[in-house]
Design a protein around this ligand. Structure first.
Ligand code: NAD
Ligand code: MG
Length: 397
């Protein structure tokens, strides 16, 4: 029986960019939060130091060998943290009765099963892992409503939209709330104004050097191709129940306005903050309260100017591909996501050029006839596998 009133937290992907920012906010509020579980794939040093600081009851890593290595390090320091490994262990800490809140911050499709496990268990679920929702939108949202889980978006754009909607506005009440559209802002990434012909020559290092945000490598490449915004259009569709035609993307290089909601009376409500993920993380952790995040206050006079422009379809074909997959529906977004993950990895390993990413995704979408209705998790994972194989063959050929 628990005696303290703090929120117990599982951080899936604690060694990543979002995981580290989450623990930074948590450390500022020891009276409100206690860490139940931390998870990492292979950064054993990183999770070891986090265990030393946050004393979780459980730590999960990728392999048996890493689990034994971490356990050895922890026991030397006298820590009793239980160390486990693998997918089942990730799902177990996501739905454990000892945890109230789950931060889903594993990158890519690897995060789907544990995020879904948290949703099915009715947790307060802070969702950073957008790929999970892109892959399994209907299934995921059905799980949330069946279990009465509280789903709070961490992606800064969706967190902004959530903040700009009237309290209690649900997908079925969007129209009566007077919502006309959502305006998703995009920084445009590092290649916003670079000539299209020179994009073939860009290196992974240039692609991950985002001008405004410090993030993991995969999402940084997605930002450079604008597939990130494409995935976010699909994410917005599922989170807010809004049709694709009412989701508009607007390039905003300063990354100060994180997204907006336009209403039928002509009002547009925006959420602004310095570009730092601790803002949406703190909002979601404390919701419906607000707590300090450690982020510097916004100085608009210093920033001076906020610019907006339409995205360039030729430079950023991934955005169009994501709308195409969303409109096709069913398992097509899972196919898009898988092809993109494989192509981005190949780009990061310097096996293909930058513009090939969009090319491979487009070809995989053409080659695979996905099911028009969302199937169960097994069906989604089957399409994920087929899309990966197809993308892999295209890269190899
Ligand atoms: P990251 O690469 O920095 O961290 C990923 C985390 O996932 C690490 O802890 C890693 O150990 C873990 N992981 C990776 N592969 C795994 C596997 N196969 N099994 C188990 N764990 C695994 O990524 P990030 O930038 O923190 O992004 C995490 C998620 O949040 C992504 O889905 C991303 O799209 C989303 N997101 C990130 C940001 C950001 O600012 N970084 C913003 C919005 C959304
Ligand atoms: Mg985002």
């Amino acid at each position: 029986m628990r005696t303290d009133r703090r929120q117990y937290l599982t951080v899936l992907g604690s060694t990543g960019s979002i995981g580290v920012s989450t623990l930074d906010v948590v450390a500022r509020h020891p009276d409100r939060y206690r860490v139940y579980a931390l998870t990492a794939n292979s950064r054993i040093e990183g999770i070891f130091h986090q265990c030393m600081r946050f004393y979780p009851e459980v730590a999960v890593v990728g392999t048996d060998r890493d689990a034994r290595a971490l356990e050895g390090l922890l026991r030397q320091k006298g820590l009793k943290t239980t160390v486990t490994y693998g997918l089942d262990a990730l799902c177990a800490v996501a739905c454990a009765p000892q945890t109230d809140t789950v931060m889903a911050a594993i990158v890519g499709s690897a995060g789907l099963a544990p995020a879904l496990a948290a949703a099915q268990a009715g947790k307060k679920l802070l969702l950073a892992n957008k790929e999970a929702l892109v892959m399994s939108g209907q299934l995921f949202m059905d799980a949330v409503s069946a279990s009465h889980a509280t789903l709070l978006p961490i992606d800064s754009e969706h967190n902004a939209i959530f903040q700009c909607l009237p309290l209690g506005c649900t997908p079925s009440s969007l129209a009566s709330c007077g919502v006309k559209k959502v305006l998703l802002t995009a920084s445009g990434g590092p290649f916003l104004h670079r000539s299209v012909e020179t994009l073939d020559a860009v290196t992974p290092e240039q692609a991950v050097a985002h001008p405004k945000w410090a993030m993991g490598r995969k999402i940084s490449v997605d930002s450079a191709t604008m597939m990130n915004k494409g995935l976010e259009v699909i994410e917005a569709h599922w989170l807010f129940g809004i049709p694709p035609a009412q989701i508009e993307v607007l390039v905003h290089p300063q990354s100060i306005v994180h997204s907006m909601v336009a209403y039928v009376d002509g009002s547009v409500i925006a959420q602004m903050a310095n570009p730092d993920m601790r803002v949406p993380i703190a909002y979601a952790l404390a919701y419906p309260d607000r707590i300090a995040s450690g982020v510097a206050p916004l100085d608009l006079a210093e920033i001076g100017r906020l610019q907006f422009e339409k995205p360039d379809d030729i430079r950023f074909p991934c955005l169009r591909l994501a709308y195409q997959a969303l409109r096709a529906g069913g398992t097509m977004p899972a196919v898009l996501n898988a092809a993109n993950e494989v192509a981005v990895q190949a780009f990061l390993e310097k096996r293909i050029g930058f513009r090939k990413i969009a090319d491979i995704v487009a070809r995989v979408l053409d080659m695979i006839h996905a099911e028009s209705k969302t199937t169960g998790l097994d069906g989604i994972l089957m399409y994920d596998r087929v899309a990966r194989q197809t993308a892999g063959q295209l890269i190899f050929s």
